[in-house]
Structures are given as structure tokens and as C-alpha cells.
Design a protein around this ligand. Structure first.
Ligand SMILES: Nc1ncnc2c1ncn2[C@@H]1O[C@H](COP(=O)(O)OP(=O)(O)OP(=O)(O)O)[C@@H](O)[C@H]1O
Ligand SMILES: [Mg+2]
Length: 506
């Protein structure tokens, strides 16, 4: 369909045109158009990025000498769309034009088939996440291999549809029989249940508890877990874990407490009855601490022990990482320190297991997997004021090296400017929904290669459920209407006014 005629000077990057009468409704931002290159007759595809409306009474020089016969003029006004050139059909996808476009060339609407061709994805390895926001009939499919192996980021201000989009993505990956693990601070993903695949939910309370192998915690991990330790308590805990590590292949918090009990007894001059532990080490340690320190540290460890999470053996990763399975790690009952520890230890185990499988052919951990980190700015923050965030270093490592070992990372955040820039810049596909905050916009533009000025400019005007997708998993940046979810949605907006009035009636 012919929609206009090129005016003014053109460049290899873009042109402007005037609209044919009757074509007004088709000319809108993000619509795809095409013109023929003068020399080669190649179809040059472009996207409308702006529409300038001028008025006859305030003329632009290019408007003056135009034959106005069939040009749209509404009470002296004429809109002039600006087109950014994307390229023409070539052997390896879109190629940039070489010869340029003649002023006066006809401008056509690019048809759906052509757009499908541009966005082409192999049927078996792509995830259909929605359709072009300007064309309902043109599905947008992301390359699953690129999405996972080269990581992705889902960024937007609060309430604009990040978790909803994650849900769509999970559904698509389950259709591909994928292995997906979501660390879920708000318990929003428990209800996802796609026919033909399994959802397994682990949590802090309840039947399926997350279990962490205590001996997999590194020194320092403990210190992080137990808040408000004094220096003396830290030293004691440090010494006791060192002893546990030396004398036991595997230990849990009970063993740590028992050793502290022995130190307590030794301090009191009691005979200590330890079979497998060196009496000398206990006695030496007892000389360095005061009784109250031992007592108070034991109480803090007991508090941790009561959670029932730190045990001799952890949840087997073979149960967590399984094909055709979504594993939800519901962290809604965990505080931030516990959440960090869980994310860190489980991601580390998965990464290490995949690494030894791929690199050394060891173990039977033969399935690539995708880790989704909600509220990622809390777990891989750019800066943290007073303490080390345990999960940050392993998330950085996965972002850097995960590709080689088939461990994909998806970070989800409403405060991109608070994210670690290494992690963010390694996420090669970006799904960005509405963002208004200028410092978040600027930070994304600086950290992420594929996010251009153009894209950033469009972010505030996106509506809920609309996203710009750019980077590795798509052939070109596109504005997408995210498709409807098949599975149940958690974390819905609360209708506050309705709840107030219901409360009032009660
Ligand atoms: N594409 C969509 N289609 C229909 N409804 C949507 C869509 N995206 C989001 N919503 C609805 O908008 C609301 C907010 O979405 P969501 O919870 O995904 O936001 P969020 O970005 O994750 O917010 P937060 O930062 O608070 O986690 C929900 O009620 C959700 O159902
Ligand atoms: Mg959310």
C-alpha cells in the first residue's frame, strides 16, 4: 500500500516523507515502511521514528514549492514522518543500503509477510513473546539459544509488567522442555503450571523446604547470615567452622553448636569428651574466649538452626535442575541475608556442577539451565554500603562465564541504576518496559551496547505490557506487545479503593 512520497534530502540512515490522502491512520510511530533504492531497486525497510507536524502559516522551506494536489492537508497542517532506515533484504538478513533513496520516491507500508521475514526465527528454537506493537499479526519470536546462553535483562519501573513478562518467558521455555529456576522474593511464581510440564516449589516454611548443605558455606558466609555478631563472636564462629571443616567431611549447625559446647565445658574446667576432635585445639580456643561470648554465639546459631534450612546435606541439585521443570525458590519468608545466601549457594552449586560436566566431563549434570533473579538490584548491587552481598560474585561469574557452561542468567529489576554494571552489560538481550526515571535510563544507555539513544527516548511512553526488545535474541530492536499469559498470575495489583470500601462496610 502506497502511503506517501519522500521529500527533502535523504541520507543512507533516514528520510522524511509526506502522507498520501487516506493513509493517515497507517502512519504512526514504530510502523514499518519501505521504499525502493534508486540504483538497485532493493526494498529498503525503515521504521517511523518521529512525526513532525508543521503549519502552513509557519512554513518550513521544504513545504513551499510542493505540488499539494493529493497531499494530506488538514486546515493548513501537514505531518512529516521521519524514517530510520533498517536495511534491505540480503543474504544474511538485513543489509544497509549503499546507493541511497531519491527524493520523490514512493513510500509503501511494509506488509506483514515482509516483517515476518525480517524478524525470522527458526520455529523450533524460538520463544513467542508477543507481537509487534503496531502489527497484531506479526509475532515476535526470540532466539532461545541466544536468550539463554548470552543472558538477558528485564528492566522496568514498578508495576509495568516485568513479572508478567517473566511468566510469559517461562511458559515459552517450558514449551521447549527447558530447565528453569526462579528465585522469587515475593512468592509470585508458585501458581505457574503449564500443562505437560512440572512446577516444583521450594520455600522457607512448609513441606518442601529449601535445604542448604552447611559445609558448603564458606567462611564469611556465616558471618553474613548471622546479623549483629560482635568481633569476638565472629572470631569464635570462624575458628569453630575451621575446626568443623578439619574434622568432619560434612557438618551442620548442630555440630557447630556441639563444638561450641565443648569449648564452653573446657572453659569451665570440665573434662571434654570428644572422640573425633582434637582436645588440644578445643582447649587452646577456650583460653581465647570469654564464657558470655560462647553462650551468645550459641544462641544466635540456634536461632539459625531452628529455620531447618542448614543441614548436613542440601536439596540435591538434580531435583532443582530438571528438564521440563520450573523450580520456584520461594523466598517470600526469607530476610535479605538468607535470600542472598540461598541464591549464592544454589547458583554456585549449579555453576560448578555444569563447569565440571562441560569442562572435565565429570558428573552427570548434562542439562543446561536458566536462572531467573527477581529484584536483581538487591542480589547484584552496584554498591553496597556496609557489607558484602554474598550473591554478587557468583552472579558476576555466571554473567561472565555461564555461556560456556550452559548456565543462563535472567536478571529482573525495577532499579537498573542500582545494578552492578558488569552483570548488566553481560546481559545481551534486553527486554525493557516503561522507564521514566532519567538516571535509570542513562545508566542503561551507558552500560548496554545495544540500547541506543532512540530506544531510551521511547521508554517513558511505553504502556503497560509493552516492551522494547533489543540485543542478541532479536534481529533488530522492536517494540512488542507482550502476549497474554496462559498460566495463572501472581502478584496482581491490589485495588486499594475497593479494599478500603469493603473494609469500611465490614
Ligand atoms: N502484558 C500484560 N498484559 C496484561 N496485564 C499485564 C501485562 N503486564 C502486566 N500486567 C498486569 O500489570 C500488573 C503489574 O504487573 P507486574 O506485576 O508484572 O509488574 P512488575 O513490573 O513486576 O512490578 P514490580 O516492580 O512491583 O514487581 C499486574 O496486575 C499484571 O497482571
Ligand atoms: Mg514484579
Amino acid at each position: 500500500m502506497e502511503i506517501g512520497q519522500v521529500i527533502g534530502s535523504t541520507t543512507l540512515r533516514g528520510y522524511r516523507f509526506v502522507i498520501k490522502k487516506g493513509a493517515e491512520e497507517h502512519v504512526k510511530r514504530d510502523e514499518f515502511v519501505l521504499v525502493y533504492e534508486a540504483v538497485t531497486d532493493n526494498k529498503i525497510i525503515g521504521i517511523i521514528k518521529d512525526i513532525i507536524i508543521s503549519n502552513e502559516l509557519l512554513p518550513d522551506e521544504f513545504g513551499r514549492d510542493l505540488r499539494l494536489g493529493d497531499i494530506l492537508l488538514t486546515e493548513g497542517e501537514y505531518p512529516v514522518p521521519t524514517v530510520k532506515i533498517l536495511g534491505h533484504e540480503g543474504n544474511s538478513g538485513l543489509e544497509l543500503p549503499r546507493y541511497g533513496i531519491k527524493p520523490g520516491s514512493n513510500v509503501y507500508l511494509a506488509d506483514d509477510e515482509l516483517l515476518k521475514w525480517i524478524l525470522r526465527q527458526e520455529k523450533n528454537s524460538s520463544a513467542c513473546i508477543g507481537s509487534l506493537s503496531t502489527r497484531e499479526n506479526v509475532p515476535v519470536k526470540l532466539s532461545v539459544n541466544d536468550l539463554i546462553s548470552r543472558h538477558c535483562a528485564i528492566l522496568a519501573m514498578t508495576g509495568s509488567g516485568k513479572s508478567y513478562t517473566v511468566g510469559v518467558l517461562i511458559e515459552e521455555l517450558l514449551k521447549k522442555k527447558g530447565s528453569i529456576i526462579v528465585f522469587d522474593p515475593h512468592g509470585e511464581y508458585r501458581e505457574i503450571n503449564l500443562d505437560g510440564s512440572q512446577t516444583k516449589v521450594y520455600s522457607i516454611k512448609g513441606d518442601y523446604k529449601i535445604k542448604i548443605e552447611t559445609s558448603s558455606l564458606r567462611t564469611g558466609d556465616f558471618i553474613n547470615l548471622v546479623p549483629d555478631l560482635t568481633d569476638a563472636q565472629k572470631d569464635l564462629l570462624d575458628a569453630v567452622t575451621t575446626i568443623s571443616r578439619k574434622f568432619y567431611k560434612r557438618y551442620d549447625l548442630n555440630i557447630i553448636k556441639d563444638i561450641m559446647g565443648l569449648i564452653y565445658d573446657a572453659k569451665n574446667g570440665k573434662e571434654i569428651l570428644a572422640e573425633s576432635i582434637s582436645e588440644k585445639e578445643i582447649k587452646d580456643l577456650s583460653k581465647k574466649v570469654v564464657l558470655t561470648t560462647i553462650g551468645s554465639t550459641m544462641r544466635k546459631i540456634e536461632r539459625l538452626n531452628r529455620l531447618g534450612i542448614f543441614e548436613l546435606t542440601g536439596t540435591p541439585i538434580e531435583d532443582i535442575v530438571k528438564g521440563n521443570q520450573l523450580t520456584v525458590m520461594d523466598l517470600s519468608d526469607a530476610d535479605e541475608r538468607l535470600s542472598e545466601t540461598i541464591i549464592a549457594t544454589i547458583s554456585r552449586q549449579i555453576f560448578d556442577a555444569r563447569k565440571s560436566y562441560v569442562k572435565d566431563g565429570e558428573g552427570k549434570f548434562d542439562i543446561p539451565t536458566f536462572l531467573i533473579i527477581e529484584e536483581a538490584h538487591n542480589f547484584a548491587p552496584r554498591t553496597s554500603e556496609d557489607r558484602k552481598i554474598l550473591s554478587k560474585s557468583i552472579l558476576r561469574k555466571i554473567a561472565r562465564e555461564g555461556r560456556k557452561f550452559g548456565v543462563g542468567l535472567c536478571i529482573v529489576s525495577q532499579r537498573p541504576s542500582k545494578l552492578d554494571s558488569d552483570v548488566l552489560s553481560q546481559c545481551n538481550t534486553q527486554i525493557i518496559l516503561k522507564i521514566v526515571n532519567p538516571s535509570d535510563q542513562e545508566y542503561i544507555r551507558q552500560s548496554v551496547e545495544s540500547v541506543t539513544e532512540d530506544i531510551v527516548r521511547d521508554l517513558p511512553s511505553l504502556s503497560r505490557g509493552e516492551a522494547i526488545i533489543a540485543g542478541a535474541a532479536t534481529n533488530l530492536p522492536v517494540t512488542v506487545k507482550i502476549r497474554k499469559r496462559i498460566t495463572q498470575i501472581g502478584g496482581e495489583d491490589i485495588n486499594i479503593v475497593a479494599e478500603w470500601s469493603r473494609k469500611h462496610q465490614d
